[in-house]
Design a protein around this ligand. Structure first.
Ligand SMILES: C[S@@+](CC[C@H](N)C(=O)[O-])C[C@H]1O[C@@H](n2cnc3c(N)ncnc32)[C@H](O)[C@@H]1O
Length: 224
């Protein structure tokens, strides 16, 4: 079995615990996630795609090395411009929020048949949740992981609607429901960062400080 990091294993577990059949991994880079998925379930139809030549060459080498060259389809594409009608699951992992949203909104008809998005953003989870839910998805599953000195949140969105409060967009509705050890660690770290920012903002910026104090109070409330 190919060895992949904990973050990618969590992304893979979201796929394997679902009824996903036709997957596109956008920004596959080395395609290690796709090889792992194929090794876990040879029933999955996987397209691994990337916009850049370098990652695709690396991916090709890995597919050959792990004997799955004919099993995983490798494609060069910008975002989901190459998506086919059967695709039920899009994975976008290891990118920033802006790029993820840009990819998903390039051409909205591209996601009209898609049932599930599995997203591992590098940042800005509150805006990410808000924007993806506004595209007609709800949040089905979330997990925080800690790897190499950084926290990541992996989120599964499913086609459909649900209403969320500001607090739920901020903390994650599923994370908030099942507060685990990593929830406390991550949001306590966030609180400390916000307090440091607050201390660096001069008193004259009243509005900015007021908003930050409100956020810190919310973080204290949910982590105590
Ligand atoms: C940091 S790597 C992430 C690799 C892997 N998905 C992971 O989670 O570890 C980001 C990859 O996304 C690709 N990428 C960035 N923008 C893209 C786009 N618009 N369409 C397809 N791939 C893109 C980059 O070429 C790069 O290989």
């Amino acid at each position: 079995m190919i060895n992949i990091n904990n973050r990618l294993k969590t992304v893979a577990s979201f796929v394997l615990e679902s009824d996903a059949k036709f997957i596109i991994d956008v920004g596959c880079d080395h395609a290690l996630l796709d090889i792992y998925l194929f090794q876990c379930s040879d029933k999955l139809k996987i397209v691994a795609s990337d916009i850049n030549e370098g990652p695709l060459l690396k991916a090709e080498e890995n597919l050959l090395k792990y004997s799955c060259f004919n099993k995983i389809k490798l494609e060069k594409a910008d975002g989901i411009s190459n998506i086919n009608d059967n695709t039920d699951t899009i994975i976008i992992s290891g990118m920033g929020m802006e790029n993820i949203i840009k990819i998903l909104t390039q051409d909205k008809s591209n996601i009209s048949n898609v049932k599930r998005l599995i997203i591992s953003s590098n940042n800005k989870y509150e805006i990410l949740r808000f924007k993806i839910c506004n595209l007609g998805f709800y949040i089905n599953k979330e997990k925080i992981i800690y790897e190499d000195g950084k926290y990541y949140i992996i989120i599964e969105f499913i086609k459909g609607n649900s209403k969320y409060t500001k607090k739920e967009f901020y903390f994650g509705p599923c994370l908030l429901k099942n507060k685990d050890k990593l929830f406390y660690e991550y949001y306590l770290e966030m609180k400390n960062i916000k307090e440091q920012i607050l201390n660096s903002i001069p008193i004259v910026y009243k509005e900015k400080r007021k908003l930050l104090i409100k956020e810190i109070k919310m973080l204290i409330l949910e982590t105590s």
